[in-house]
Design a protein around this ligand. Structure first.
Ligand SMILES: [Zn+2]
Ligand SMILES: [Zn+2]
Length: 216
């Protein structure tokens, strides 16, 4: 199932690493019924690899509870991060707060939200990818968006040719022949994922191949 990328948030940098968080869902819908329950799944990805020991099983929380006390919930969910060498206490707190804030920005609860089934409370999957970049591998740590013209001309619709590859922004696996979008460096992504990414940063998230920015 292709994941729908709601946002990519730059969290900041600490020592040699910089951090971002992508928020992904199953659909574009962000208006929830009052009974909605979030199912959070967290992935941590460093450069090209998932740090699989930090992946946690998905965890449920009623949306309204999350809006009240989301920071505490995420603190527990993300707690394996706090003792990993890539994360210090300071950056851990920042990630928890940024993610809690972002989820509140993306979703809202509305009594009149359409429902697919009256009998069961709707489960809303949210995937959070916490990305870690090693600043010493790349020259620029300042994120500058790509220009709209660069996005329009350089991002090309394509098909996945080799199997067992994933969109490195949402970590969802591509099937062979699935629709994807490629950058001039030939790295490929979901359209929504790379679009969000380029609105934040003008370089390929895999190899840092640069696209033109507004200032160029
Ligand atoms: Zn993706
Ligand atoms: Zn690339």
């Amino acid at each position: 199932m292709p994941r729908y990328c709601y946002s990519i948030t730059t969290i900041g940098s600490h020592q040699r690493f910089s951090y971002y968080a992508s928020m992904l869902g199953a659909t574009e819908t962000t208006t929830l019924r009052p009974a909605a329950i979030f199912r959070f799944t967290i992935f941590v990805s460093s450069e090209y690899d998932r740090i699989s020991e930090l992946n946690t099983p998905s965890t449920l929380i009623p949306a309204e509870t999350f809006f009240r006390e989301g920071s505490n919930f995420l603190q527990t969910l993300l707690s394996p991060l706090s003792s990993h060498r890539l994360f210090g206490t300071h950056i851990f707190e920042t990630i928890v707060n940024a993610v809690a804030h972002e989820v509140r920005q993306i979703f809202r609860v509305d009594e009149a939200a359409p429902s697919s089934s009256e009998s069961e409370p709707p489960e809303v999957p949210v995937w959070i990818v916490v990305g870690v970049n090693d600043n010493t591998l790349f020259e620029s740590t300042n994120l500058v968006p790509a220009s709209q013209e660069a996005i329009d001309t350089l991002l090309k619709k394509s098909r996945v040719v080799q199997g067992e590859s994933c969109c490195c922004i949402c970590l969802d696996e591509f099937n062979v022949n699935a629709e994807c979008y490629t950058l001039p460096c030939q790295h490929f992504f979901h359209h929504k994922c790379i679009l969000r990414w380029l609105q934040t940063d003008h370089t390929c998230p895999m190899c840092r191949h640069p696209l033109l920015t507004l200032k160029d």
